[in-house]
Design a binder for this molecule. Structure first.
Ligand code: PLP
Length: 334
């Protein structure tokens, strides 16, 4: 993979000169708590005429340090504690587990659900993987392994393939799902060799994240096409973000753009109850209204399931249901 190293600023010292024009008041304080990192590719998009969606997702906003909304948490899904059978492994559902394979990303998204725990989350070393495979063998209900992070595609191709293969080689595993934003955030990292290597087992699925139609660039389309043409189904988890995509026109354009590049919209998420993201929060009720409107405009192949990830729920909950549940934790933000 090409080493398009992200440009990083943790708020200490002077900001990288490339960042200066994009930093507002209080940026250093925010960056000390939530570092800034973006790929050269993303930075170039920030500078372009339609750069607003890219800037919004990558540069600090003083409101990230606002007091948390009621019910917000740094680790709402107890990934560091309750739901972790082994360090770096999260099991919230019987048939699938999630493995945090790295804490590196091409872009540190300001809306990241793990923004408070990146860097403190246990990352299994390669020597720990046989223990995870043993755990899966001891739990035959597990059918799917999700590789998450951070961004798994930030690993070297060799490191990633080893992690994919150790799980894909288990007969009980039907799919190894890679959650990666890199086709969108640093698409040049998706090389033909990487796509071929990941497609080999015929068990790999990629779930990526596009949040705005401007992100569906020729470069991103090429990255997705390489994966798809290597036999990897590619779908998209969109995060609903206030001021970015919380209107039906933008979502319609996004979902149509994804369909045009053969990427299937999978989920559209109401905002997770994560500390530091309150200013971005789209509630379940708002998401349900958006779903209703968009569903009247696009066909089923372009329409994701609009869901809320509610701590403690046994599944991703349809936003209509989440909204009807009322003002419980993680549901109603205002
Ligand atoms: C969201 C999530 C999954 C995947 O759920 P799907 O509904 O299959 O997309 C798996 N494990 C964890 C810990 C999750 O948070």
């Amino acid at each position: 993979m090409k080493g398009n190293l992200p440009i990083i600023w943790n708020g200490g010292g002077a900001p990288p000169p490339e960042f200066r024009e994009f930093l507002g008041k209080g940026a250093a304080e925010v960056a000390q708590r939530y570092p800034v990192a973006l790929s050269p590719y993303w930075l170039a998009r920030c500078k372009s005429a339609d750069g607003a969606p890219f800037r919004l997702q990558a540069f600090p906003d003083a409101r990230e340090l606002d007091a948390p909304l009621p019910g917000d948490s740094g680790d709402p899904f107890a990934e560091l504690a309750g739901a972790s059978p082994l360090p770096g492994v999260v099991r919230r559902f019987a048939d699938r587990i999630l493995v945090v394979v790295t804490d590196a990303c091409a872009v540190r998204c300001r809306h990241c659900t793990r923004k408070n725990i990146l860097g403190t989350h246990a990352i299994p070393a390669w020597r720990d993987y046989p223990k995870i495979a043993d755990y899966i063998r001891a739990n035959p209900a597990i059918r799917e392994v999700l590789l998450s992070g951070g961004d798994p595609l930030a690993l070297s191709q060799d490191a990633l393939e080893r992690r994919v293969d150790i799980f894909a080689d288990l007969g009980q595993i039907y799919s190894v799902r890679i959650g990666t934003r890199i086709p969108c955030s640093d698409p040049a990292r998706v090389s033909p060799a990487l796509a071929k290597g990941l497609g080999r087992s015929r068990k790999v699925w990629v779930n990526t994240q596009f949040n705005h139609p401007a992100e569906v660039t020729p470069e991103a389309a090429r990255a997705c096409a390489l994966l798809i043409d290597a036999g990897i189904p590619v779908s998209c988890q969109t995060v609903l973000v206030k001021g970015l995509n919380d209107n039906a026109d933008t979502l319609e354009a996004l979902f149509r753009a994804l369909q045009a590049i053969r990427v299937r919209p999978y989920y559209a998420f109401a905002g997770d109850p994560v500390t530091g993201t309150g200013h971005f929060r789209v509630t379940s009720a708002e998401a349900a209204a958006l779903e209703r409107e968009v569903a009247g405009r696009v066909g089923g192949l372009a329409l994701p399931r609009f869901v809320a990830d509610i701590p403690g729920a046994g599944r991703k909950t349809p936003v209509v249901e989440a909204a009807a549940l009322g003002s419980g934790r993680g549901i109603c933000r205002e």
